[in-house]
Design a binder for this molecule. Structure first.
Ligand SMILES: NC(=O)c1ccc[n+]([C@@H]2O[C@H](COP(=O)([O-])OP(=O)(O)OC[C@H]3O[C@@H](n4cnc5c(N)ncnc54)[C@H](O)[C@@H]3O)[C@@H](O)[C@H]2O)c1
Length: 342
């Protein structure tokens, strides 16, 4: 008897993902979400301080796409804020798909790359439908792994973007990012900004990719007609949510369940009431036409994606199809038979 799991490292994941249109995959999953064809249990969360006293955590994210061709799986994504100082990415982990019939794990992939890809793909999808009609520049606050993934995908899907304004509390990170971009994303010129505020004001597309746990940006930081992708979830102060023209989310319940992030806190305190128009709707509802898409006019439109496991699970499944078709990865037998590597 064999119990085979196909395992993909990051290079193999990248090879398979290069064949995908990650934004189309993401939009497809978001439509299934809006139609209720998903299972999205609450996240498992465990935090501790490591021996340096640095915040460290593990998040276990189960999710499923139901209906025809169901997909079941989990992303385990762990992080310690001290990792970048050791020369390793802050966050990393693995995603596992389950056999729909036996429920056993059948596919395992390095999760950091796909996690960054699906997060950037969500931002690109939201920009397509809710961002300014045209834009040639973006502002990125926080210059880590997610910033790189975002710049690559924005250059691919919005070839008219020729400039990125960036800021990082650690100026050396901003400078490294600028150098990285000259070789990896040469179509976009990177300007390092002296403050988060000047970065936010420099364009009409602002993406927060920090590890801040203290909101710092006020509504009057942003130009009229700005789209804000609040990806790092603890950057915008309450007035930005209160005064936004529209507020779009990925899943209101996931956000409300988590008071560690500002929007969850505001929802739990009743400062923002979804039913009163405090939340306009989800991106999936926009894609299925249940909620109207509104681009920023005189104020700001905010997208606040909590980060749904189903985006990982669905993206991993798309990678699995290529891996199986082209026999990419290492097959290991959990019951003991030696593996084969490609
Ligand atoms: N919403 C989602 O779906 C989703 C998914 C994945 C990651 N994230 C979040 O994205 C964020 C970025 O992730 P990453 O892997 O790129 O992290 P990272 O550690 O690689 O990079 C974060 C960068 O932000 C900088 N920074 C910290 N505080 C700052 C501040 N106040 N102003 C400006 N810069 C600041 C750091 O110096 C660092 O360079 C994290 O908060 C992560 O939790 C969100």
């Amino acid at each position: 008897m064999r119990e085979e799991v196909r395992v993909l490292d990051r290079a193999q994941v990248r090879r398979c993902a290069a064949r995908l249109d990650p934004v189309a995959v993401t939009e497809d999953i978001l439509r299934r979400h809006a139609r209720g064809q998903v299972m999205l249990p609450a996240e498992g969360y465990m935090a501790w301080n490591n021996s340096e006293g640095a915040y460290s955590r593990s998040i276990a994210m189960l999710g499923a796409l139901t209906g025809p061709d169901p997909v079941y799986g989990i992303k385990l994504i762990n992080a310690a804020v001290s990792n970048p100082s050791k020369g390793i990415e802050r966050a990393g982990g693995m995603s596992i798909l389950f056999d729909p019939e036996t429920a056993r794990p059948c596919f395992l992939a390095e999760a950091g790359y796909l996690s960054a890809l699906r997060t950037s793909a969500y931002t690109v999808a939201s920009l397509r439908h809710l961002g300014p009609e045209t834009f040639d520049a973006v502002s990125v606050i926080g210059c880590g792994a997610l910033a790189r993934a975002h710049l690559e995908l924005i250059a691919r899907y919005f070839p008219g973007v020729s400039r990125a304004h960036v800021f990082d509390v650690d100026p050396s990170r901003a400078e490294l990012f600028r150098e990285w971009a000259t070789t990896h994303v040469p179509s976009v010129a990177v300007d390092t900004e002296l403050s988060a505020r000047s970065c936010a004001a420099a364009s009409q597309v602002v993406i927060t990719l920090t590890v801040s746990n203290e909101p710092y940006a006020d509504h009057d930081w942003f130009r009229p007609g700005t789209f804000i992708a609040h990806v790092s979830l603890d950057d915008l102060r309450e007035d930005v949510f209160a005064e936004a023209e529209r507020l779009y989310v990925d899943d209101p319940e996931l956000i409300a369940e988590n008071p560690r992030r500002i929007l969850g806190r505001l929802l739990q305190e009743g400062a923002i009431v979804p039913a009163d128009g405090g939340i306009t709707g989800s991106l999936g509802e926009v894609l299925t036409g249940k909620v109207s898409a509104a681009r920023p006019t005189g104020g700001v439109v905010v997208s606040n994606p909590f980060g749904m496991s189903i985006l990982d699970v669905g993206m991993v499944d798309a990678v699995r199809r290529t891996a199986e078709a082209e026999d990419i990865g290492t097959r290991i037998d959990l019951l003991g038979v030696a593996g084969e590597t490609r």
